[in-house]
Ligand binder design. Structure first.
Ligand code: COA
Length: 261
């Protein structure tokens, strides 16, 4: 481990703040960073005390300015395939984590940086952020799921336009097209995202995890299959202590004391 990804739980152990940490290279994604992010997410996913994660970039300029172009320069086709698979693995790890991952987009989120962001549950952007898939400028294309997740988030027409032109959008345009949920003054971004993370962490952890699982798993299957998944998770939650506590607390007009069990 070389600290290309930082994990901070010191403010609140239930909230993990992950920071992509190669600020001198605008947090460009190389194999080392992707492996560290994968390992960190695997550890957190196995830890039942984590209720929410935040993913952001070190420094003042970038979330991540893309896959590391210097590292890609000499890649063979086979190495490129392995690199793409690694990016896909990390994105899938984010989507399948049993807690929401909020992207705090603190600057450039380009190429692979935008693709990692797209795997997050939702995004808040600094008013200085710029997002896009500029790979065609380099003679390549998105390789960490961008063609698919961008289309699913902003619609096929806008995804085609962004991928074919390599254009970037500013934070306000990203909000307008549904790529990010909200735009926040740069200096307030992490505070605002922490507030949302704390709100999520105050809820029933298992209930939030099931919401995430069904929203994800249901998105690409027929509606009746997705609805069956929802029923299964809804019923399963009735076997949890948090469900009994949440309902009792409401009827007793007090705040619930959730335990995540
Ligand atoms: N891969 C590798 N290094 C990168 C990088 C990337 N994707 N993006 C930025 N860097 C490096 C630069 O090479 C530079 O390193 P150096 O100081 O050793 O020369 C450092 O990060 C700072 O970047 P710089 O270009 O000087 O910053 P800038 O503010 O002038 O421009 C960007 C910022 C984001 C517009 C510009 O860095 C850029 O276009 N990056 C590539 C974006 C991209 O095409 N991403 C998709 C890759 S598939």
């Amino acid at each position: 481990m070389t600290n290309t990804v930082l994990c901070d739980r010191s403010t609140d152990a239930a909230i993990a703040v992950l920071t992509l940490n190669r600020p001198d290279k605008l947090n460009a994604l190389n194999a080392e960073l992707l492996a560290e992010l994968d390992a960190t997410l695997a550890t957190l996913s196995a830890d039942a005390t984590v209720s929410c994660a935040i993913l952001t970039g070190a420094g003042d300029k970038a979330f991540a300015a893309g896959a590391d172009i210097a590292a890609m320069l000499e890649m063979t086709t086979e190495q490129a395939r392995a690199f793409s698979e690694m990016g896909h693995r990390v994105c899938s790890r984010i989507e399948k984590a049993p807690f929401p991952v909020i992207g705090a987009i603190n600057g450039f989120a380009l190429g692979g940086g935008c693709e990692i962001a797209l795997a997050c549950d939702f995004l808040y952007a600094s008013d200085k952020a710029k997002l896009g898939q500029p790979e065609v400028n380099l003679g390549v294309m998105p390789g960490f799921g961008g063609t698919q997740r961008l289309a699913r988030r902003v619609g096929i027409g806008r995804a085609r336009e962004l991928c074919y032109t390599g254009d970037t959008v500013d934070a306000e345009e990203a909000r307008r097209i549904g790529l990010v949920n909200a735009v926040v003054p740069h200096a307030e971004l992490l505070t605002k995202v922490r507030e949302q993370a704390a709100k999520i962490a105050s809820k029933g952890r298992l209930a939030v995890a099931q919401c995430k699982r069904v929203l994800f798993s249901g998105a690409d299957v027929p509606l009746d299959v997705a609805n069956a998944l929802e029923t299964q998770s809804f019923a399963m939650l009735f076997g949890t202590k948090d469900r009994a506590e949440g309902m009792k607390a409401f009827l007793e007009k007090r705040k619930p004391a959730f335990t995540g069990t």
